[in-house]
Design a protein around this ligand. Structure first.
Ligand code: MG
Ligand code: ZN
Length: 217
């Protein structure tokens, strides 16, 4: 890359970092704890969100930012639960960035929110590279994706503060070696909380709820 191009790229990254810091400051001022859910399409990010909302909404005021390439399908499901939700359509963009999230924050009743959930665009790779100003990134993986995902996508393990393994009700139908799944995570991050859940049966959800509550300030 030519040096001018490098300068331009650096400027864009620096601008993004500044906006992320602004988001972080706003969230802190309002006393909001925020979680950025990252996972491949179909891993169950929205399903998990719905379960968490169901379990938390009587104790905490929740807000949601829904990132999607297109459609408002997931945002509508969240809307049905009665919590405030803002949809970001990235129109082909494969991740959320701090600027988009900053705009979404302007459209949420921040005074009335304790916990903010951000559902990133379904993508296991580039959302990991963007600081949105959130407190915690959470990696969502699922049994049908295979036991090799932590090994093949170590960056999701590196940036996440917890890993959720969804669809454990599917374990009987897939060749899925737990050891193979756990080993690279434990190697990179020995104290990483790993939650095995099924959004279908509700198994394991209470442990994620407890973890979320332990992070709420
Ligand atoms: Mg979704
Ligand atoms: Zn992207």
């Amino acid at each position: 890359m030519k040096s001018l191009e490098i300068k331009v790229v650096r400027k864009i990254l620096e601008a993004g970092m500044r906006i992320a810091e602004t988001n972080r400051r706003i969230l802190k001022e309002k006393g909001i704890t925020s979680f950025n859910f990252i996972g491949a399409p179909g891993a169950g990010k929205t399903s998990l969100l719905l379960k968490l909302i169901e379990n938390l909404k009587d104790r905490y005021r929740i807000g949601v930012i829904e990132g999607d390439l297109a459609t408002t399908r997931d945002a509508e499901k969240i809307y049905q639960t009665g919590v405030p939700v803002v949809q970001i359509n990235t129109e082909g963009g494969c991740h959320l960035d701090a600027n988009l999230v900053g705009k979404a924050l302007e459209n949420l009743p921040l005074e009335d929110i304790d916990i903010l959930f951000i559902e990133n665009v379904g993508n296991l790779v580039c959302p990991t590279a963007f600081d949105l100003g959130e407190d915690y990134k959470v990696g969502i993986l699922s049994v049908p994706e295979g036991d090799d995902k932590p090994e093949k996508y170590p960056v999701i393990v590196k940036v996440s503060k917890a890993i959720v393994l969804n669809k454990i009700d599917m374990l009987p139908y897939f060749r899925f070696d737990r050891e193979r799944f756990y080993f690279p995570i434990k190697k990179l991050s020995p104290s990483m909380p790993i939650f095995e859940v099924s959004c279908e049966t509700g198994e394991g959800i209470s442990k994620v709820v407890e973890w979320i509550i332990s992070k709420v300030t």
